[in-house]
Design a protein around this ligand. Sequence first.
Ligand code: DGU
Ligand code: CA
Ligand code: CA
Ligand code: CA
Length: 178
Amino acid sequence: MDGGVFDGKGATYTASSRLGDGGQAEGQSPIFILKNGATLKNVNIGENGADGIHVYNGATVENVNWLDVGEDALTVKSEGDVNILGGSAKGASDKIFQVNADAHIYIRDFDADGFTTLVRTNGGKQLDVDVVIDGGSFSNGANLFRTDSTLANVTFQSDINLSNVKNWTRVGDQQSGV
Ligand code: DGU
Ligand code: CA
Ligand code: CA
Ligand code: CA
């Protein structure tokens, strides 16, 4: 989608094997591509999740539920503002939100169960990334935010429910435990 709003009305979209197998191999394709402030809402991403959603120049995802995250759930591919409003993710072997460009990311009332890292800026890269995590419930994970960038930061606000989550943040190898 290039701009505009798509309301899936609760439909489930599942990758065909042509996009990838939803395992941890890199180079899989996304199910949705959102560009230039597009809004995707009320959609379930089924199993196979492949490489989920790719975002270019900002987007909003509202009430998007990843039933079994593939290689990752959503990747920020170019600079922009990304809003994640409600929704949920289960079954991430590694990362949920992968940030490969400078970005402002706002995550409100998201529920994640089973992940290594909720938000990861690209490993070893200096990226100017601001993340706000506003409410939500997170369980069975290692890090809510992990970065190797000195230009990246996260703000936690409102009531965040944690259950069996190890760290609020991991910056380089520095872990800030719950
Ligand atoms: O460093 O860039 O995991 O977008 C290697 C790669 C890797 C990305 C990322 C992603 O960080 O492929 O899925
Ligand atoms: Ca990856
Ligand atoms: Ca999975
Ligand atoms: Ca990926």
